[in-house]
Design a protein around this ligand. Sequence first.
Ligand SMILES: [Fe+2]
Ligand SMILES: [Fe+2]
Length: 176
Amino acid sequence: MATAQTRTSSNRTQTRKTRRTGRRDPQAITLLKKDHREVEQMFDEYEQLDDDREKLELFGKIALALKVHTQIEEEIFYPEERGEVDDDLLDEAHVEHESAKKMIAELERMKPADEYYDARVKVLGEYVKHHVKEEEQPGGIFSQAKKGDEDLDAMGERLKARKEELMMKLGGARKQ
Ligand SMILES: [Fe+2]
Ligand SMILES: [Fe+2]
């Protein structure tokens, strides 16, 4: 083996490759991740509650947040990422949304005093956290999307606008 002449750290070789992997997430990813953190926090808060009225109210917020979030992903983010992100990942994410919506619908037919209500909320929370982890993990949907060619800052604007619209429509007057 030839001895490689050591090249002392020339500043010129200092990478440009961080361009795409820069620290700041594009707007679409920032918005979706923020939704994730908020709903995770609400599930954690739910576990601290004892009062049925408070449970019902918080679950209402969780359900609204999840409906709006899944809808903007399904209407905008997932379809626009077809071709950039593995089909399998997007298909699985869709199916997971469907299951989550069924769990939400079941809970909406119940009252906190009903048997297994808390357990159902807990299982939904675990399910959602699992789904979120899959979206955010290395090699997952978000990371593949960031490597793609879609303008995720511009998409962020559309996600935001649609989110506001749906919050009004599904949540009545409450905006956030
Ligand atoms: Fe999702
Ligand atoms: Fe998501």
